[in-house]
Design a protein around this ligand. Sequence first.
Ligand code: ATP
Ligand code: SF4
Ligand code: MG
Length: 381
Amino acid sequence: MSIKKVGPSEPGPEPGPVADSGPASKAESGPASKAEPGPTAGTGSLVDVRDVSVVFRKRRTLAAARQVRAVNDVTFHIAEGETFGLVGESGSGKSTTGRALLKLVPTVSGSIKVAGHDVTALHGGALRRARRSMQMVFQDPYSSLDPSATVAASIAEPLIVHERLSARAARTRVHELIEMVGLRASYADRYPYEFSGGQRQRLAIARAIALNPRFVVCDEAVSALDVSTQNQVINLLERLRSEFKLTYLFIAHDLAIVRHISHRVGVMYLGRIVETGPAERVYSAPAHPYTQALLSAIPDPRRESERIVLEGDLPDPAKPPVGCPFQTRCRFVMDVCRQQVPEHTAVEGGGEVACHLQTSGPTLAGSPLNDLAPTRVAAAP
Ligand SMILES: Nc1ncnc2c1ncn2[C@@H]1O[C@H](COP(=O)(O)OP(=O)(O)OP(=O)(O)O)[C@@H](O)[C@H]1O
Ligand code: SF4
Ligand SMILES: [Mg+2]
C-alpha cells in the first residue's frame, strides 16, 4: 500500500460529515483544560536546541540571490512530557524551527538533539529510523491524509512501511488508533472528505501517533478550526500527551491558543526567540515589549484601553536591522538597541528575555523601567 505524497491544499468540500462519537470525544467537548503541571524538576530534556540557524536562499534573478535567515541562533529545550508553545507573527520562523527539529530543512549552524538523536548528524537509514520517534501534525490534515485513499489506508501506511505489519495486524491497529482519537473504528473505510475539519485533524493525529513517537511538532494544528473544535482537539492532544508521555512543540500564531496547552512558551520575532518562560509567568508578566504587545492584543473587553498597538510590519527578513530585531516597532527603543543584539538574561519568575531594557535600560527605584509595562498589561485577569 502506498500513499501519494500530497502537498498543502485547501480542505475539500464536506458533503456529509459524519458525527463525532465515542466516549473520548464526549469527554473532550468542554472548554480546553489548562495543561497539567509540567514535568518535575530533574527530568531530562527530550529536545535540546542550541544556537540553531536556518538560511534560505531566494533566487530573484539569474545573477542575484538573497539570503533569508529564517531561524537565527535559536536556543531552547523541552523536557520529556512537556509542551513548549512557540508563538509569533506570520513569518517569524516558527514552522522553519519545527521543521529543522525533524530535519525537514537543513540547518547552517547549531546542534539539535531529539530523543537521544543528534538530528543534524543523521542521514539515510538512520534518519528514517529516528523519524519514527518524531512526528509532525500540520494545520492542513490533507498534508498527511491522502484525499484519494480511505483514512485506514493513510493511517496504516507508516505501520506497513516502518513496522512491517501484515495487512490484518495494521487494520487492527488502525481501528485502535481511530478510537484513541475519539472516533468510531467503523469510520476507517471512509474518505477524508466525508469528515468535518475537526474529525480530519483527529485522523491526522491518529496517523502521527501510529508509530508511538516520543516527540510531536504540532504546527498550527488547531488554527484552522472553530473555537469549540479547537478546544476538543487541544483536549485530545493533552490526553494523548499524558497517556503516552508525549512531548510537544506546539506552534501557533495565536497566544490565546498556546496558553491552554503549554507548560512553557517561547516567543519568536524575525527568526529569533526573544522571550521564554513558564506559561504562567509569560502570560501574567511578559518581559519583552513584543510579548507585551502580542498579549495586549488578545481580545478582552476589560483590557480594551490598555491595548499596545504594534505599528508597522515585520521587517524584511532578508534585511534584518542591525541590533535588536524588534527596534523598528518598539516603543522603548534606545541607541544601544540599534547597535547590539541583546543577550538573553534571566527573568524573575522563570525564563529569559532578550532586551536591553533588562540590562542597560533606564531604571526606576532600581528596577528596569520595562518592568512597569508588564504590570500594566497584566492588571486585568
Ligand atoms: N522553503 C522556503 N524557501 C524560502 N524561504 C522560506 C521557506 N520557508 C520559509 N521561508 C521564509 O522564512 C521565513 C520564516 O517562515 P516560517 O514559515 O518559518 O514562518 P512562520 O512563523 O511559521 O509563519 P506563519 O505563521 O505564517 O506560518 C519567512 O520569511 C519565509 O518567507
Ligand atoms: S532591546 Fe531595545 S528595541 Fe529591542 S525590545 Fe528591548 S527596548 Fe525594544
Ligand atoms: Mg508557519
